[in-house]
Design a protein around this ligand. Structure first.
Ligand SMILES: [Zn+2]
Ligand SMILES: [Zn+2]
Ligand SMILES: [Zn+2]
Ligand SMILES: [Zn+2]
Length: 576
């Protein structure tokens, strides 16, 4: 924006004043005097004034008014509809919506939100792609010029080759012509000598007759004539032979019948796809689909939940003395429950099967559950104290105090990893491709690279590593500080990263293998990208309170949050 912009209110009043500030609420340029008034009046006191000279790009004209009620501000956000609306819209369209909140509240954490981060990478990626495409187009124009020149050069070379070929033909022709000419010359020299002899003979005979006619006696003439008469046929024959055997030589050029110059090649125009590919950045939109309120008044502490392929929700109630898993169909309607011998903490379904495994921390076994019949099946024997559980193929991975154990359904242990200073591991996720495991306890979130080649009981000793890689330890600072996870360490070996967090449970992984973590003290669900950047997915601003556990359904179309207040929030995840 030009630094000599005019004050809008003054311009309307017919005065020309240089603008000094820009009010982003009024979308108006203001002069010094108008700024004073703006800051004085109650209605405009809290407006955001920006230095006019610092505005370099065009100020976006975001629509702030309702499209239905054209003169009313869009001041509310309905979480249930994922829609902004005005106060007049609420009684009309959002009467039964539970979570209609002021825009100011909804937008509180927007600068640290995943949506802002994703949208920015969407535009960044698109812009980079278009720039790349533009460059590719320009390169093609330059290439066209180059290709034209190349072809013209090729044709020039073909022409030179043709000329050389024709010169060669000409040379051959000249040689042939010279041979024919000299042959004829030799022949005519031979004829000439025979001709001279004969001419001399004929003249001699004629002269003899002429002489004897004038001077000679008749007798001699008589004798001469008689002799010449006998000689005559012979001489005549020689003359006849000489003339008839002699030919005139005629040389001509026989031009080629139809001289067609062979083709000098033809132009081929090929089309191929441009060098730039557009790989869109995926944008996930979470829309609240449903909210299940567990039986009010009853005691519940839902510590973990999963969904079957047909969207049956299984909820572990860890509340003392209840010992139940609740089942809800279509992620909304209560169907049945499974009674257990003790409190279930966590559950994991063996992908693609009708079997799940449940941890019962107070008992020395894991409960297997048939998710089709919704009843208990076998048991897997293990020491007490297992909280977290996840599965990979038919392997069970459980988290205990400072320990991760890999085991089979027949209770045989595959591997035990001891993780020092981890505490009681309450959530765990296994990245099988990388052999990485992420585990969380009450205060620590840690990602570790596992080495299965080491002895069966392998210690991943954090303090040792911290000492070993002390010089490599690097504190990452978050620019926008969207969460309280500030103490992340990069450690060269087994520990990939570690965050300080709060709250007990909650770990989920999306389609792009980004980790989602509940952070209780900030009432946030945070997404942790592979590069370590984290963004807020949900926060208290959008009616999230005391989130405890989270998970994505098998096809990533649903995201479920259970809170400690007895609510299960089901979100529909749309990926664009
Ligand atoms: Zn203003
Ligand atoms: Zn003014
Ligand atoms: Zn409206
Ligand atoms: Zn609504």
């Amino acid at each position: 924006m030009a630094s000599n912009a005019q004050c809008s209110p003054c311009s309307e009043g017919g005065k020309s004043m240089v603008a000094f500030r820009f009010c982003s609420d009024c979308e108006e340029m203001l002069c010094k005097d108008c700024v004073v008034y703006h800051r004085k009046f109650k209605a405009t006191k809290s407006h955001h004034l920006i230095e006019a000279s610092s505005i370099k790009t065009t100020i976006p004209l975001t629509n702030k008014y309702c499209t239905i009620h054209k003169d009313i501000f869009l001041n509310f956000y309905c979480v249930n509809h994922d829609k902004v609306c005005c106060r007049a819209c609420i009684p009309k369209n959002h009467q039964s919506c539970k979570d209609v909140i002021p825009l100011e509240v909804a937008s509180q954490s927007i600068k640290g939100s995943y949506l802002l981060a994703d949208m920015r990478s969407v535009w960044k990626n698109m812009n980079e792609t278009l720039c790349g495409f533009d460059k590719d187009q320009q390169n093609n124009i330059i290439d066209l010029e180059k290709m034209e020149n190349n072809i013209l050069q090729q044709i020039a070379n073909i022409k030179i080759d043709f000329l050389k070929e024709i010169e060669k033909l000409e040379q051959n022709f000249k040689t042939d012509l010279a041979v024919v000419k000299s042959k004829n010359l030799i022949k005519s020299i031979k004829t000439k000598s025979s001709l001279s002899n004969l001419t001399a003979l004929v003249q001699k005979k004629n002269q003899a007759l002429e002489f004897l006619k004038e001077n000679g006696p008749n007798t001699q003439l008589f004798l001469e004539l008689k002799e010449q008469v006998t000689e005559y046929p012979e001489v005549s024959k020689r003359v006849q032979e000489l003339i008839s055997s002699s030919q005139r030589t005629i040389l001509k050029l026989k031009e080629p019948a139809n001289m067609v110059i062979p083709s000098i090649g033809s132009l081929i125009e090929l089309k191929e796809p441009c060098n730039v590919r557009y790989n869109p950045v995926h944008l996930s939109i979470f829309r609240k689909e449903n909210e299940i309120q567990l039986l009010p008044g009853a005691a519940h502490h839902i510590t973990n939940c999963v969904a079957t392929m047909d969207n049956k929700l299984l909820l572990c109630n860890f509340e003392y003395g209840v010992n139940k898993i609740y089942i809800y169909t279509d992620c909304k309607d209560y169907a049945t429950e499974i009674c257990l011998e003790d409190q279930p903490y966590a559950i994991s379904i063996f992908l693609g099967t009708n079997e799940a495994v449940v941890t019962l921390p107070n008992l020395a076994y894991l409960q297997l559950v048939n998710t089709r019949k919704m009843e208990k099946s076998g048991r897997v024997n293990i020491d007490k104290g297992c909280y977290a559980v996840t599965t990979f193929e038919d392997t069970i991975i459980v988290g205990k105090h400072d320990e991760i154990q890999f085991l089979k359904k027949d209770s045989t242990t595959i591997h035990i990893f001891t993780l020092c200073n981890m505490g009681l591991i309450k959530s765990v996720y296994y990245f099988h491709k990388e052999h990485d495991i992420v585990c969380r306890s009450k205060h620590v979130l840690r990602r570790i690279k596992l080495d299965f080649n080491k002895s069966r009981r392998c210690e991943v000793h954090e303090s040792l590593q911290l000492a070993k890689f002390k010089d490599k330890v690097q504190k990452l600072s978050n620019v926008e500080k969207p969460c309280e996870m500030t103490s992340k360490y990069h450690i060269g070996s087994d520990v990939i990263y570690q965050y300080n967090i709060s709250g007990e449970g909650g770990l989920a992984v999306d389609e792009d293998e980004c980790l989602y973590v509940c952070n209780k003290s900030s009432n946030q669900i945070i997404r942790l990208a592979k590069d370590g950047l984290c963004e807020v997915i949900f926060s208290r601003d959008v009616c999230l309170e005391n989130p405890y556990s989270i998970f994505f359904s098998h096809n990533f179309t649903k995201f479920v949050i259970s809170d400690t207040l007895g609510f299960i929030h089901v979100f529909n995840v749309k990926r664009y």
